[in-house]
Design a protein. Structure first.
Length: 258
């Protein structure tokens, strides 16, 4: 089975991915590196972008009877949404989507931009101020909402994975139908794996933003904060799912007429 771990960039996505890997390893599901082409070359872990029907079909074929975790930051087109639901229903795929309070996400993106410029790296270097960070966070929220709206997807927030990992493990175990060695899984994720832990600080926005910045970001992301971070309202996702399925159906009808 393919376990596809989507995460907002700089949201603790690598930590979540490595926790899943550690859990799978502890249950006898060895995490091998899939071939280049199936996953992206140049990555030491299984990382796949872009995500579309051909890529997911190739991943499932390469995984075969094994249980392998693959990480992505990519979104996908609405037309692919029904197929992802079918794959989860058929037991060929499990999706885990991780997210973070966008106020903390913006701070982490700014840190990543500063570090990238110091190192002469391209990734994240364009994030030079809060306006750019907000735009990037908006893009990540849109992708996350789509992944998290696929029926059967497990949604995990950074705070739970990083600071209450046993609760995260409980949820992943239920999602995958496994019982892992949680001490081994936590050792892998928090001690053995390279997870870009950065500052590993809970709710940074409370202390690292000025009052004006905090008010600005809270207003900018008020819907996501209220519906996802605070209340975890499933309606935020089911309404989005309904709209995506309508769009996918319209696109499929249009395609069939051409």
């Amino acid at each position: 089975m393919l376990i596809l771990c989507y995460g907002m960039a700089k949201s603790g996505s690598t930590l979540t991915f490595e926790l899943v890997k550690g859990m799978l390893e502890s249950t006898g599901h060895t995490q091998i590196r899939l071939p280049d082409g199936v996953v992206n070359a140049g990555h030491i872990v299984n990382f796949a972008e872009p995500i579309d029907r051909e890529r997911v079909d190739a991943l499932i074929d390469a995984v075969g009877q094994r249980w392998i975790a693959v990480k992505t930051h990519a979104g996908f087109r609405p037309l692919f949404f029904p197929r992802l639901e079918e794959l989860q229903l058929d037991g060929k795929l499990r999706i885990i989507a991780s997210y973070r309070d966008p106020r903390d996400l913006c701070l982490s993106l700014l840190d990543a931009g500063e570090q990238a410029r110091k190192r002469g790296e391209q990734t994240f270097s364009p994030i030079t101020g809060m306006d750019v960070a907000i735009k990037h966070a908006d893009d990540h929220i849109e992708k996350f909402r789509r992944w998290a709206s696929v029926r059967g997807t497990l949604r995990l927030d950074y705070e739970t994975v990083a600071f209450s990992p046993d609760i995260a493990i409980d949820e992943i175990e239920r999602h995958l139908g496994i019982a892992c060695d949680r001490d081994a899984a936590k050792r892998h994720a928090f001690e053995g794996a390279f997870t870009q832990q950065n500052k590993m600080k809970s709710r940074r926005f409370e202390t690292d933003l000025t009052d004006a910045e905090k008010a600005r970001l809270t207003e900018a992301f008020n819907v996501f904060i209220r519906e996802v971070c605070e209340t975890q309202d499933d309606g935020y996702f089911t309404s989005h799912r309904d709209e995506i399925l309508r769009r996918a159906e319209r696109a499929a009808r249009k395609h069939s007429r051409t």
